[in-house]
Design a protein around this ligand. Structure first.
Ligand code: PEP
Ligand code: MN
Length: 243
C-alpha cells in the first residue's frame, strides 16, 4: 500500500487520530479547543464551509474560517484537514490546509472529485450515507483519474431503518473495504452515532479491527456548539480515550 503521510503521521502504519470541532466558530473557540486536545491529536479537523441540511443554518465562516484555521494550526504546529464543498474554493482551501475532506453529501459530486484529484493533497473521502461500498469505490476512481492516489476512506455511518443512532455505523463494511481495496480506512464515530457515549467504545473497536484511525468531534463547550452540538466530546472526555 502506498505511504500516505500528513504531518508526522502515516495512514499506512499508524493509528491516526483526527479531532477538532465540527465548525470553526471563532479564533478563541478553535485555539482553546486545540490547546486542550493537542497532546492526543495528530491532525486537527474543523470546517470552514459547512454542508447544512437547511440553508438557514450556520454555513461556516468560509474564508475567514480558513485563515483562523491556518493561524491556530501554525501556533500549535499541527496539520489540518478541512472540507471543500465547491471547486471554485479549491485554490483558497489548498492554501490553508494540509488535507482536503470530501463530505458524505459530496461523495458523488464527480466534478468536485475530478478537481481534487488534480491536486497533490491527501483526500479524506467520506462515504455517502446512502451509498453502497461499490458506489464509494467507484466514486474514488474519479479522484484517482486525476492521478491523486492519496485517498483515505472514512466510514461515517449510513441510513438504515434504525433510528436510535443518527446513522448506522457500517464497521464490517469498513473492514471489508480495508481487506479488499488497497487504501487506508478510518472511522468517524461522531457523525455515525450522534451520541458521545458511544464514541469511546467505537474508537476501541476501530483499533481492535486493525483500521487506520478515527475522526472525532471535540468542542470546548459542546452545548454552545453552532453545529453538531449533541455529538461533540468535551476535551476531557476526548483525552480520557488515551489514558
Ligand atoms: C463533518 O465531518 O463535519 C461532516 C459534515 O461530516 P459528514 O460529511 O460525514 O456528514
Ligand atoms: Mn459535524
Amino acid at each position: 500500500m502506498k505511504e500516505i503521510k500528513v504531518g508526522d503521521s502515516c495512514f499506512t502504519g499508524d493509528f491516526v487520530v483526527i479531532a477538532g470541532p465540527c465548525a470553526i466558530e471563532s479564533e478563541d473557540q478553535l485555539r482553546q479547543t486545540v490547546q486542550a486536545i493537542r497532546k492526543n491529536t495528530d491532525i486537527l479537523r474543523a470546517g470552514a464551509y459547512k454542508p447544512r441540511t437547511s440553508p438557514d443554518s450556520f454555513q461556516g465562516l468560509k474564508e475567514e474560517g480558513l485563515k483562523i484555521l491556518k493561524k491556530v494550526a501554525t501556533e500549535f504546529d499541527i496539520p489540518t484537514v478541512t472540507e471543500i464543498l465547491d471547486p471554485r474554493d479549491l485554490e483558497v482551501v489548498l492554501d490553508h490546509t494540509d488535507m482536503l475532506q470530501i463530505g458524505s453529501r459530496n461523495m458523488a459530486n464527480f466534478e468536485l472529485l475530478k478537481e481534487v484529484g488534480k491536486t497533490d493533497k491527501p483526500i479524506l473521502f467520506k462515504r455517502g450515507f446512502g451509498a453502497t461500498i461499490d458506489e464509494w469505490i467507484a466514486s474514488s476512481k474519479y479522484i484517482l483519474s486525476g492521478r491523486n492516489d492519496k485517498i483515505i476512506f472514512c466510514e461515517r455511518g449510513i441510513r438504515t431503518f434504525e433510528t436510535k443512532m443518527r446513522f448506522t455505523l457500517d464497521l464490517a463494511g469498513a473492514i471489508y473495504l480495508k481487506q479488499n481495496y488497497d487504501f487506508p480506512v478510518i472511522i468517524d464515530p461522531s457523525h455515525a452515532t450522534g451520541n458521545p457515549k458511544l464514541i469511546p467504545p467505537l474508537v476501541k473497536a476501530t483499533k481492535a479491527a486493525g483500521l487506520d484511525g478515527v475522526m472525532v468531534e471535540v468542542h470546548i463547550n459542546p452545548s454552545e456548539a453552532k453545529v453538531d452540538a449533541d455529538q461533540a466530546l468535551t476535551p476531557d472526555e476526548f483525552n480520557l480515550l488515551f489514558v
